[in-house]
Design a protein around this ligand. Sequence first.
Ligand code: NAP
Length: 331
Amino acid sequence: MAHKLVIIGSGPAGWTAAIYAARAQLDPVVYVGVPKQTPSIVLPGGQLMLTTEVENYPGFPNGVTGPEMMEMFQKQAERFGTRVVHADIASCDFGTPEKPRRPFVLKTDDGNGKSETIEAHAVIIATGAVANWIGLPNEMRLARQGGGVSACAVCDGALPAFRNQPLAVVGGGDTAMEEATYLTKFGSTVYIIHRRDSLRASKVMQQRFLSKPNAKVLWNKVVVDVLGEDHIEAVMLQDTVTKERSRLDVRGLFVAIGHTPATGFLQGTGLKFNDKGYVHLDHRHSATNIEGVFAAGDVADAEYRQAITAAGMGCQAALDAERWLGKMGMV
Ligand code: NAP
């Protein structure tokens, strides 16, 4: 029998959609995904699983760790009857935008070679976006253990470990400028490490960073190693022109070289993406170009990428799905 609603993804958007959908008696099933280490770290619970302290989510005056927060979201969703399945959705048959398949057909993958075919009247895609990493073994190790390597300065930058310490941001785009500008409030010196001799970021964002007294740009440099056992102590840099290597002592490294939305399993489904590869949504709604398919959170948002905005989008998607299922006479 077809599920009324399948939610793909288990970050703030997925769990919030589940809380709303379960309370609306849509009997949601959440496919939380299976953990992966390569090419990027992907965990059920999403990007927050790689965040130590979350201090900017309202309602937690003393902060909360990302994993704790996701556990609470999940418990709240389960309390109202959400079913949780530890598998990926590997592919979807939505029919076409002109003639959507009813119900939709999805294939699961439990990571151990076991696959199932399931049906759903409505689907919410909440698979998030994965921060791009340089891909160095020590970078990933320290990121996983909360050792001062992060892909989100807004999430982690205000932690005490970074106060009055030298910090570095890798990247030359708007995100790198935004993160580095934010970090100038806390760090002693904030270095931008950029692989070229000019920044990709908009002039206004560049200026905002460069006007800070503790801002510094290291041109034509790439990070070739991250040094430190429990916590980052330094990065090894290589000059892209002279090939010379140098050591830079830092207590925090923030990688800001773009994000990749988790949409691989949606290719060829007829779903519309924007020019950056994120799921295209109409205006403020969560509806995609295929009726009955909704999207929420970072998979459809290249701009804000915050737990609170993702949760808000999850709520919208559940309400939109409920209204649509009602209109179709499914609930
Ligand atoms: P982006 O514009 O794609 O910039 C990525 C940066 O990372 C580039 O400077 C790139 O270098 C560098 N990079 C990529 N791969 C690298 C690697 N392997 N090693 C070292 N450096 C690498 O991404 P973004 O900054 O995240 O911005 C994404 C979008 O969001 C943009 O459209 C941006 O304008 C927008 N955004 C806007 C705001 C705002 O207006 N407030 C804030 C944040 C983001 P190259 O320059 O050499 O390619």
